[in-house]
Design a protein around this ligand. Structure first.
Ligand SMILES: [Zn+2]
Length: 501
């Protein structure tokens, strides 16, 4: 007698449907086995599993058994859609079974044998199953679309300042969850819109402001600049939302007025333009380059290629021709010269010593400042206790006066606590700056490379007088008088290996 295994599956949605229950599938397969002289070795059941992927425990087990055991002749299924909902998965399973001489028998599709016709029909049915799966997917998105049309945000987590809340009186399954204000973050988000609209703050400032206020994303992350930028652009805050590229009017309450939102958009646009202007190359080495042929100062020029890409050049206006030198390459070359500048140990020690002194001064200052503020704080706390006594024990002041005085004290106390924090922060920022100075003193190359443009120009002026260019290369450079002095007294060394000049 031939041996067979039965595979049954039911998805969560199908569980209520009697015709598709695991028992029904089993019964059908058992009857067929009896009629066709198959002995059933075991029944494998995947309950509450969809067939959109192969990640199903019973399926994995049954396939493993077919590979391990020689004597299985067939797997019985009620219908191919129990096995897989996409053609690839179906064919994968079938190929796997065929390799081990296991037949796949679908009871409700008896024409599915291993003949070419059978295989063709098999494939077609499998793709129909896949199609059905897509239809189910589309059904879900239809529901979402309906939700959006009715003004209920279908997008999951709303932006900062809002949260999903239970609707106390839902009318259907679509509005069980609705959008409400997140009272923790909404006032800050509103404030951020107001601040940004003044044009006096960058997005970075405002991200820092939110971080300082302890405002975090619903998922518990710090608010990043890019997130905040998206928020400031998001019409959700004026009562709209976009779902699948279509804008809908939401049922949620706007956080801010449309006029404020529009103002913020203008500032965002202006800042963007400023940023792209700033990104433009502005010829770092201007004033430092001289022609190796005629000793004239180099000029700058831009070429716009047909592709729209611009190329920046330095060139000699008298010699022209092949003096056109790619600006980026030349600037990188200068970076490499900076990397060869080394400060002597004595000199860096001297810098460190100075830094330490500054640090100590700073610390003394901080201690004094903290003491002063602490004294002020104790005085205030004492005054508060006295007010309490006057109100509750001596009963010399009435509740209104007490309330007024006490609130004023509380405000002052908050200010003082803020001051203490500021002093501590200033100090730790000072530390950071010093640390940076020390690191940079030991790595002039990195200091130069990581500096922003104006500072780079300062470094250039500090170390160099000029670079002489011949045939697109730096053939010679003059050090600045300051640097010459430092070199003479041994504080600075410029490694000359492989360098001109
Ligand atoms: Zn020239």
């Amino acid at each position: 007698m031939k041996k067979a295994l039965i595979y049954t599956r039911v998805s969560t949605e199908e569980q209520a449907d009697k015709g598709k229950s695991l028992e029904t599938q089993e019964k059908i397969c058992m009857k067929w086995a009896k009629d066709n002289d198959y002995k059933i070795s075991e029944i494998y059941r995947d309950e509450g599993k969809s067939a959109t992927n192969l990640n199903r425990p019973a399926l994995k087990e049954i396939l493993a058994r077919c590979q391990d055991q020689e004597n299985i002749d067939a797997i019985l299924i009620q219908d191919t859609d129990r096995l897989a909902r996409n053609t690839l998965d179906h064919l994968t399973i079938k190929a796997l079974l065929k390799k081990h001489d296991v037949k796949l028998i679908s009871i409700s599709q008896p024409m599915l044998d291993d003949s070419p016709e059978g295989n063709l029909i098999d494939t077609i049915i499998a793709s129909v199953n896949a199609f059905q799966s897509q239809i189910t997917g589309r059904k879900t998105s239809k529901v979402m679309e309906e939700k959006a049309r009715l003004g209920w945000y279908p997008g999951g987590l709303p932006p900062l300042g809002y949260k999903n809340v239970d609707n106390p009186s839902p009318l259907s399954t679509l509005d069980k969850k609705i959008i409400g204000f997140d009272t923790q973050t909404a006032p800050y988000m509103k404030k951020v819109f107001e601040m940004y609209s003044t044009g006096n703050y960058s997005i970075k400032d405002l991200a820092e402001y939110l971080n300082k206020k302890g405002v975090i994303s619903p998922k518990g992350y710090k608010i990043h600049i890019s997130t905040l930028n998206n928020h400031l652009r998001n019409e959700f805050y004026v009562g709209k939302f976009t779902w699948k590229k279509i804008q809908y009017t939401g049922n949620h309450t706007p956080l801010i007025e449309k006029s404020l939102f529009n103002k913020v958009q203008l500032v965002l646009d202006a800042h963007n333009q400023y940023a792209s202007r700033k990104r433009k190359h502005n010829f770092l080495l201007r004033g430092f380059l001289y022609c190796g042929e005629c000793a004239s100062r180099f000029w700058t020029d831009k070429h716009k290629k047909k592709s729209g890409k611009t190329y920046d050049f330095y060139f000699c206006s008298s010699c022209k021709g092949d003096t056109y030198t790619d600006a980026k390459k030349l600037e990188q070359r200068v970076e490499r010269i900076f990397e060869r500048i080394e400060l002597s140990k004595e000199y860096t020690d001297h810098v460190k010593e100075t830094a330490k002194k500054i640090l100590e001064d700073n610390r003394r200052n901080q201690d004094g400042e903290t003491k002063r503020i602490q004294a002020e704080k104790s005085k205030l706390e004492k005054a508060m206790r006295e007010a309490e006594d006057d109100r509750f024990i001596n009963k010399t002041i009435n509740p209104e006066t007490f309330q007024r005085i006490y609130e004023r004290y509380e405000n002052q106390l908050r200010n003082i606590e803020g001051e203490i924090k500021d002093v501590k922060r200033d100090y730790s920022q000072g530390l950071k700056v010093l640390e940076k100075i020390l690191t940079l003193a030991e790595n002039i190359g990195i200091a130069y490379k990581t500096a922003k443009e104006p500072l780079k120009r300062k470094y250039l002026g500090l170390f160099f007088k000029k670079f002489v260019i011949k045939k697109n290369k730096i053939v010679k450079y003059d050090l600045s008088d300051d640097l010459k002095e430092l070199i003479e007294n041994g504080s600075v060394r410029v490694r000359t290996d492989g360098l001109p000049g």
